[in-house]
Design a protein around this ligand. Structure first.
Ligand SMILES: Nc1ncnc2c1ncn2[C@@H]1O[C@H](COP(=O)(O)OP(=O)(O)OP(=O)(O)O)[C@@H](O)[C@H]1O
Length: 676
């Protein structure tokens, strides 16, 4: 059977490569790739050899060279992984040599893929492993899908890959983002999401690579600013445009960066950079209208101060004073875990969940005494946001807040990232050396997120730093005093890891001054407030939400927690384009959950108004049970005030009473709740 399949595979390749056969189901890009595999690289489709893998030292060097790319990409890759919500796929980043720089996958899949040679440091160029998503995308320079038997090597035919190039600010390809799956289904929305993720990575790189230029975001629709669709220009103080993203080029009608660079900002728009910056500051960085020079087309735009601070542009409103406040604001935008339009970091925590408030208060009490905090919470549940809020309320709030995610840093980078290195410590090290995150947090708070993923060898070094309060950078002979408040976070139970020998017991006790638990989103009482807050942050304004959508959002289990919610709301806000968000805007996983529940006969979004008498007496199924829990949570949040809850849900009081009756939730004559 195996050999028959193999010979069929070889026969198809032969037909196309040697006989120029036209096979309708073969993409011409795949046919050309097979031609290269046979004629240029001399590969054998039956070969079982693994791709070459960099040595440990080479990996460290490569990771250091690609530090910026990896750092900016890893965050977006994690988000993509959660959005795709499929344990049978891996999100992979390769550089232009096809070398795997970073990978996000479930543990079981990672070890299976490793047996095919898909692991960190392996080279998946077309030349080494034949037709495949990453390698072939590097050759064609365009998004490509390689499904199962499209692969050249027979041993890869269980894989399906979708790959998209990632460009730098000059339009040159610098990496490929790929999703490799064991499922044969390639969903159209996956390709769109991978493309969006590549654009997000490019936008991040634009900012970090042009630290001294002003980011200017623009779009013809204000709600598209700060989304993946916005045009982004990096503009120097004198109006020179140094970089642009693809959307900016398309919106302004330039074929490439070379052509755009011939113009200054005030030759493109009817405004100087300085004037736009002033208006942006006056509007608290909300989009303001701006016109294309020499044309009547109107855009909305926001100019920000450079991430590295501005030296030249003066605030004309108060000429004597450099733009200090706005500069601080720009820094805050780049260092906060996410931007809030509403007040302080703690205002995102104190939204109405009783348990969370108690945990927050406990953390504040112990941190004020310098006791280390161990924060438990599922991935994406807001550990970093909570840690930041704790820092903000701590005696060290004027010091830095530095967060390191140990899980998303490649193992080879954690050590230098945390401890820093002195000049010339290893090949590829920056000439002036680098101060590690521990030292950067001196006088403030260090968050070690996903500490359970810290390699054992580094755990010993970290323990020494905590005991001695001194850091010794890599390659240095002397140590430096350091004074930090430590918050560690994990989604895994550290005492289990200790029991399995994967985490040092002494370090565990050192970190665990007090344990704080962050509830998963599905258990939170303030879901409604979070939806409003995040939607407003994402859309830049209040966006109307249809009742049935709200109910789906309230009842959905949110396996990816707040991070998933943020991305769902962001996608829906973009799709709704300023109109009311309706059921047609629900993205993949939520729509699937909704369809599933409809098929099961119990809409996940309960249409409160359309409930019939007959339905009222049906037995309660698990989805109805989750609706019941949601109602009780809402009632508790609103102190059992029926009018408030009805208003929150946007339904009449009568409808709400009917629903409560159906769920056996009754109010006694004194107005006290009875839940049976
Ligand atoms: N209270 C909140 N209000 C608004 N948004 C929030 C809140 N908490 C978290 N988020 C959003 O959820 C996302 C994930 O938050 P965060 O990074 O703090 O989670 P985490 O638990 O540290 O994730 P990980 O486990 O991946 O490290 C971010 O986009 C953040 O903006």
């Amino acid at each position: 059977m195996y050999s028959l399949e193999v010979s069929n595979h070889i026969e198809r390749i032969n037909q196309i490569v040697h006989h120029g056969a036209m096979v309708p189901d073969i993409d011409p890009a795949v046919a050309s790739s097979w031609g290269r595999c046979v004629n240029d690289y001399g590969l054998d489709p039956e070969s079982r050899r693994l791709p070459p893998v960099l040595t440990h030292a080479e990996r460290i060097e490569r990771a250091e060279q690609k530090r910026v790319l990896i750092t900016e990409a890893k965050h977006e890759m994690n988000i993509l992984y959660q959005q795709l919500a499929d344990p049978e796929l891996a999100v992979v980043l390769v550089d232009t040599d096809g070398c795997i720089l970073h990978m996000v996958a479930a543990d079981h899949l990672e070890s299976d893929l490793s047996s095919l040679g898909l692991r960190l440091g392996a080279v998946w160029s077309e030349e080494e492993v034949g037709t495949n998503g990453m390698g072939t995308c590097l050759i064609v320079g365009e998004p490509i899908a390689i499904r199962q038997t499209d692969h050249f090597l027979y041993k890869h035919i269980l894989l399906t890959c979708s790959a998209v190039p990632v460009m730098d600010h000059t339009g040159k390809m610098i990496a490929v983002l790929d999703v490799t799956s064991r499922s044969s289904l390639l969903q159209q929305h996956s390709l769109v999401l991978i493309g969006m993720t590549a654009r997000m990575i490019e936008n991040r790189l634009l900012t970090v690579n042009c630290k001294h230029a002003h980011p200017v975001h623009f779009h013809s629709r204000p709600e598209s600013i700060n989304t993946v669709h916005d045009g982004k220009l990096m503009v120097e103080d004198d109006g020179t445009i140094v970089a642009a993203n693809q959307s900016a080029l398309v919106q302004l009608g330039f074929p490439g960066m070379k052509e755009l660079r011939r113009y200054r900002f005030d030759e493109i728009f009817q405004s100087t950079l300085e004037a736009l910056l002033q208006r942006s500051m006056q509007s608290s960085f909300h989009p303001v209208p701006i016109y294309r020079a020499g044309a009547s087309s109107r855009f909305f735009a926001v100019a920000q101060l450079p991430p590295a601070g501005s030296t030249h542009v003066q605030n004309q409103a108060s000429p004597a004073r450099p733009v200090q406040l706005a500069s601080e604001k720009a820094t805050e935008l780049t260092t906060l875990p996410c931007k809030s339009t509403r007040g302080t970091p703690q205002s995102r925590i104190e939204l109405g969940d009783t348990f969370l408030r108690e945990q927050f208060e406990l953390a504040q009490r112990v941190v004020s005494k310098g006791v280390p905090v161990l924060l438990y919470g599922e991935t994406g549940s807001g550990k970093e946001v909570l840690a930041h809020a704790v820092h903000h309320r701590s005696p060290r709030h004027e010091g830095p807040f530095v967060a390191v995610n140990c899980a998303s840093l490649p193992e080879s980078l954690i050590e230098s990232e945390l401890f820093g290195y002195r000049a010339g410590a290893f090949t590829g090290a920056q000439r002036q050396g680098r101060s590690g995150k521990i030292l950067q947090a001196h006088g403030g708070t260090l968050l070690l997120d996903e500490i359970g993923d810290m390699p054992l060898a580094l755990q010993a070094r970290l323990l020494r730093v905590l005991d001695e309060r001194k850091v010794t950078p890599l390659g240095a002979d002397t140590s430096v005093d350091v004074d930090i408040q430590l918050i560690s976070a994990s989604h895994r139970n550290l005492s289990d890891l200790v029991a399995r020998g994967q985490f040092r017991e002494d370090l565990y006790y050192r970190l665990n001054g007090v344990e704080i638990r962050l509830p998963p989103l599905r258990e939170r009482q303030d879901k409604r407030q979070l939806i409003d807050l995040i939607l407003e942050e994402e859309a830049g304004q209040r966006v109307p939400l249809a009742d049935d959508v709200l109910m789906v959002l309230m009842q959905y289990a949110w396996p990816g927690n707040l991070r998933q919610m943020r991305h769902v709301l962001r996608t829906m806000a973009v799709l709704a384009d300023g109109a009311t968000i309706g059921m047609q805007h629900l993205p993949g996983p939520l729509a699937a959950a909704q369809n599933q529940s409809v098929q099961n006969g119990a809409p996940a979004s309960c249409y409160l108004e359309s409930m019939t008498e007959a339905e009222e007496h049906e037995p309660v199924n698990p989805l109805q049970e989750s609706e019941r829990i949601t109602l009780i949570q809402l009632l508790e949040t609103h102190r059992w005030n029926i009018s408030d809850v009805a208003r929150t849900l946007g339904v009449s009081r009568n409808t709400l009473y009917r629903k409560l009756h159906r769920h056996n939730i009754t109010l006694s004559t004194q107005g006290n709740p009875t839940v049976t």
